[in-house]
Design a protein around this ligand. Sequence first.
Ligand code: KIV
Ligand code: ZN
Length: 501
Amino acid sequence: MSSNRVLIFDTTLRDGEQTPGVALTPDDKLTIAKQLDRLGVDIIEAGFPITSKGEIEAIKRIAAEGLSAKLCVLARCSREDIDAALNCDVDYIHLFIATSDLHLKYKLKLTREEALNKAIESIEYAKSHGLYIEFSAEDATRTDLDYLVSFYKSIAEVGVDKVNIPDTVGVATPSSITRIVSSVGSAVGSIPISIHCHNDFGLAVANSIAAVEAGARQVHVTVNGLGERAGNAALEEVAVALKILYGYDIGVKLPLIYETSRLVSRITGVYVQPNKAIVGDNAFTHESGIHTHGILSHPLTYEPIPPELVGRRRRLVAGKHAGRHGIMKMLEEMGIKVSDDELKTIVEKVKDLGDKGKKVTDADLLAIARSITGRVKSEERRVKLVELAVVTGSRVIPTASVKLEVDGKTYVAAETGVGPVDAALKTIEKILSPTVKARLKTFRLEAITGGSDALAEVMIVVEDDRGNTVSARAAHEDIVMASVEAMIEGINRLISIRREY
Ligand code: KIV
Ligand code: ZN
């Protein structure tokens, strides 16, 4: 193995399954194991056999698949645990015993010497069954360093194959990890060193990488950073950082990272936070005008790596920071062509919604664009809405009062209806009847995105007394406003048609 090669030891099926609320069936475990194997991890820690019959069944089924990755199982330093491991048809065991004074005193009730003897006894027993042994001194980072070093030296002498250093409660820092890995490294000679970091202080990935820089050649990781409490070092972050930022050689196929993350999230039911590095929804999403403009000129301006490298696609979204370039590109991708004026109006509308705290989805943008493209030009609009007020409720008759500007003059009227939309549209018909007798022929309303703040899209057909019909649409977060805007747009269209003939 080249000195630059770092092994990826995936413990999604063991430490990852210890995520609060996660329990995997044998079928789930098998599906994840197969995907991890496709992904190219070197070792899969398939489970902790002593936990249950189902766990043993799952491990046996994974072992029967003959995957390329090595399979490993976890065991405490006890014959019972090792026998359960032997029952799983796996030849790689991960043995552990706690070494910190805290764990020795309050959990194991053993002296340092007794813990070491127990470790040696278990190693000898496992070795006598021909197992490959990786050994962890649990809570290593809170263990007295001199004792930890002498502990690892002693177990190296009885023939462990690999030593793993767990930062069990995630309290290490990159500099303390460097010190521990270097000290253990000098004590164990050519035996490979592995690192296992928890994320209690958000340092799991940084600490894992510090360990590799200090000489560790294996990293324990979990997909999406699952694991006890705040989780373990995230596979996707460790793998991409090791390969791209540090230039280490790893077997993981980066383009399969995203699909693996999705699969594990779906099966475990653990949602991935949107701003999570590499696999979060926002990791390759650009909203601000400055960024999208940069991205469209050259993606490297605001992307550290091409999204395709990890199996993802770039996404531009519309929001209050959006700019013309980004929105134009999004509309092009939707197959919509807009004039400069239309684009300006669309951008204003998107920003206005953003200022109101509304997230503009692709569907919203499409509705906004559809409602604005092909609109009667503002200088040709003879009817404009000035004010609208509606009253509705359980004990009142829905009433609307509308102020319109028609050819520069303002008119006000009020009407009642079966609901606020009906009342508002009737009031508009009433005000405009001397100019154009328009009648609503069809009315369709759609809430584009879910939620009570969804953007509403109204599509109408209006007919005048000469039999002209036009369709119009409008999108607004207020249903009455969307209806009124659609109606006024329809009437402006009718007026311009009537002028043409
Ligand atoms: O975090 C830990 O210490 C562990 C051990 C079992 C290695 O997961
Ligand atoms: Zn752990």
